[in-house]
Ligand binder design. Sequence first.
Ligand SMILES: [Fe+2]
Ligand SMILES: [Fe+2]
Length: 225
Amino acid sequence: MLRPAFRTRYLEVLASIYLYNEHRGYTSLDRVLEAVRLHCPEDHAFIAEVEKHRADERKHYVMFRRWFERQGRMPLQVDRGVGHIDRFIQWIFRCTIEELDTGTIVANPDQFEQLCRVIMLTEQRGYAQVRIILNNRLIMSDPVMKKIFEIIHRDEPDHFLPYQRWLERQGRATARWNERAADWCIHKILMLAKLPALFLDGRRPRLSLWPDHAEPAIAGAKPLS
Ligand SMILES: [Fe+2]
Ligand SMILES: [Fe+2]
């Protein structure tokens, strides 16, 4: 029975990549929030939008965690190589997310705008990708997965519009050609190389701990043995 095994593997590869990216998303947004609060402390509406963005990404992470908990399995181990935001930050700022110096970004308006564009493009990419997923019959055949992606689709515009509007208010270009090119290349690497490689890697270990294990516990989370 090839098809059920194929479907199971495909779904868990997809969910493992999403779980990583959602976790990376909300933890990176903590750094962004720090920068936004320092760069424009009087812009309460913008700060509130970024806080909502952070809360949404955390919610998305929890949905994928719950999906794995229902399966009774842990996600596959993945690294920064499958992180869209990791690759984008590395490409534009030549450092990892952890190495991003919030102080330098806040002191340098060009860098702050660049950071806003990176987030905006990453989220626009995410929105386009979810629309493709919603038309994928294999993924939609899992009712919980279907519900998760419908929620993500509903939330996603709130994740790029605040940055886009902020850039427009500053009279800044909303994206440069080289940033769009970087986003396009990263997406192709993830879809055409990283995702198939993970799918075929039958020896790929699973996580032994949830990525948020050191954070305050999620209400109702079940430990998996
Ligand atoms: Fe998300
Ligand atoms: Fe998002």
